[in-house]
Design a protein around this ligand. Structure first.
Ligand code: HEC
Ligand code: HEC
Length: 213
C-alpha cells in the first residue's frame, strides 16, 4: 500500500500524495477489520467527513465490544447472568435479587472474588454484580444499544462523558479483556475501546441507523 502510494508520488508529483491528494473525502464505510479479535482505531474513520456519519461508524465499531458475550452475559435481557460464548444459563441458577447482587445465600460475591479464581474457573473482579435490568444489552443491535446508552433513564443517569470515563476505567469493563480460564476476551483492548467511545463523543455522539451493519 505504502509502496504504491510512493510510486504514485514519483509519477504524479507531490500533489497526488498524502492527505491533500485527490482521494475522495467522504468514504462511506471504513476499511474492514484486520481480524475478528481486533478493533479499528479512530483514525480509520477520519475520512468520514460528516460528523454524524463518523460518530455512527465509530459507535458500530465500539459496539463490537459491548455486544460481545463477555459484556452481554452480565448485561443480560432477563434476571439471571449467562455463561460462555453461547450465553448458556448460569449454573447454579442465580438471580439478580433486589440490588443486582444476588439473593441471600446465593450472592454473587459468595463465589465471585476480586479476581479470577483459575482453578475453580470462577471469573472475578471487584464488586462483581449484574448490570441493572434497564441496562440489558443482550440481543440489541448497535442502533438500539446506542439509543439506550444515551438515555439517562437506562444508563444509570450518566452523561456521555461519564460513559466514556466508565469505558476506560471501570473494573468490570476491564475484566472483559482478562476473563480468565479459556474465555475469549472482548475485541481489541480496553484502551482501544475507550478511544473509540471518546472519538464517538467528540464527533457528537450520533447513533447509527437501524439498518447499519
Ligand atoms: C460482572 C458483571 C459485568 C460485566 C462483566 C460487565 N458489566 Fe458493564 N455494568 C455492570 C454493572 C453492575 C453496571 C452498572 C454500574 C453503574 O451504573 O455504575 C454496568 C454498567 C455499564 C455501563 C454504563 C451503563 C450503560 O449501560 O450505559 C457501560 C457502558 C458498561 N457497563 C460497559 C461494559 C462493557 C463494555 C463490558 C464488557 C467489556 C461490561 N460492561 C461488562 C456489570 C458488568
Ligand atoms: C455458587 C457460586 C456462584 C454464584 C453465587 C454466582 N456465580 Fe457466576 N459463575 C460461577 C462460576 C463457577 C462461573 C464459571 C462457569 C464456567 O465458566 O464454567 C460463573 C460465571 C459467571 C459469568 C460468566 C462469564 C462469562 O462470560 O462466561 C457471569 C457473567 C456471572 N457468573 C455472573 C454472576 C452474577 C452477576 C452473580 C450474582 C447474581 C453470580 N454470577 C453468582 C459461580 C457463581
Amino acid at each position: 500500500m505504502r509502496l504504491l502510494t510512493m510510486a504514485c508520488c514519483g509519477v504524479l508529483g507531490a500533489a497526488a500524495c498524502g492527505p491533500s491528494g485527490p482521494e475522495p473525502k467522504t468514504t462511506p464505510t471504513p476499511p474492514p477489520a484486520t481480524s475478528p479479535g481486533a478493533l479499528r482505531p479512530p483514525s480509520a474513520f477520519a475520512d468520514i467527513e460528516a460528523p454524524d456519519a463518523r460518530a455512527a461508524a465509530l459507535f458500530v465499531e465500539a459496539s463490537r465490544v459491548m455486544l460481545h458475550p463477555r459484556c452481554t452475559n452480565c448485561h443480560p435481557a432477563g434476571d439471571a447472568p449467562r455463561i460462555g460464548d453461547d450465553a448458556r444459563p448460569h449454573l447454579p441458577s442465580v438471580m439478580r435479587g433486589p440490588e443486582n447482587e444476588g439473593v441471600v445465600g446465593l450472592r454473587c460475591d459468595g463465589c465471585h472474588q476480586d479476581e479470577n479464581l483459575e482453578l475453580a474457573r470462577v471469573p472475578g473482579a471487584p464488586n462483581w454484580h449484574l448490570a441493572p435490568r434497564e441496562m440489558a444489552w443482550a440481543g440489541l443491535d448497535p442502533a438500539s444499544l446506542c439509543a439506550q446508552i444515551k438515555d439517562p433513564a437506562r444508563n444509570g443517569d450518566k452523561t456521555i462523558d461519564e460513559i466514556v470515563e466508565h469505558a476506560g476505567h471501570d473494573a468490570l469493563v476491564a475484566w472483559g479483556w482478562r476473563p480468565g480460564a479459556d474465555r475469549a476476551p472482548a475485541p481489541g483492548s480496553q484502551a482501544e475501546y475507550a478511544a473509540l467511545m471518546k472519538a464517538w463523543a467528540e464527533a457528537g455522539a450520533a447513533c447509527p441507523k437501524k439498518e447499519s451493519p
